[in-house]
Unconditional design. Sequence first.
Length: 276
Amino acid sequence: MIEGAVLAGRLHREHVDVFRMSATPLSMRGRHWAALLAVGPGALLSHITAAIVWGLLNPVLSGRIVHVSAARHLRSRPGIAVHECVLDPRDVRQHRGLAVTSLGRTVLDCAATESFATTEALMLQLFTLHKGHVRAVRATVARSGGHRGVGIVTKLLNQMASDPGSGDFRSRLETRFWDVLRPFRARLPPYVRNQPIRGSDGTFYECDIVFAPQRVIVELDSRAFHDNDPRFDADRRRDQRLVAAGWKVLRITWRHLHDEPDGVVRDLLASLGVPP
């Protein structure tokens, strides 16, 4: 019956023994479910896929490969990268109905497979969104001695130890911002940091860097890769109210400063009316 439905075009074979209704577009969540079903009992979303499920990275980075961890040896297959590992029960979670590795284990796995810059951005995002998880990540590292990601995560934890209790790494982002601008500091007009500015709704919003005469606000956004939590929407609504009150808002993320620092400088100088 199933083979007949496939031949007739009513079902589409996503993986071996996993099908979807052909008229239904497969969402990212659907691809995750299909991969878990294809790998079978005990499978968990892991690595960069888990980071996306937790909201630590933008879904556009996922590509078409779903990363899954399982305790038995299974070959990877089209669309699924299978990682063989036996996980500590403390590293197993359910997130919105999906079996997924814990935040600490996800960071560790990504450190072993992704670039240093991606891992650093992911950890910045984790400790900004999930305050208090420094200890949890350290605990995961401590019980995962042979894992390839331990060295990188330990290095990043030590770098980020300036405020391990709050998980606030805005100071590192601001340091990077001023490092990028250092050659141009003498040309910048006067500015004020952490200045309350009244929005169109009458509310005062504390803004990171304010160039008052030019009516320009720079916001350093440490949630560089997160695009679906309530704070994201609140920040965008805040920006709209500041723009409606006559301000230009430039929101700069860690990724901007890492990937295109020259573009950040060029746009800021242009907004301030400073010749390049």
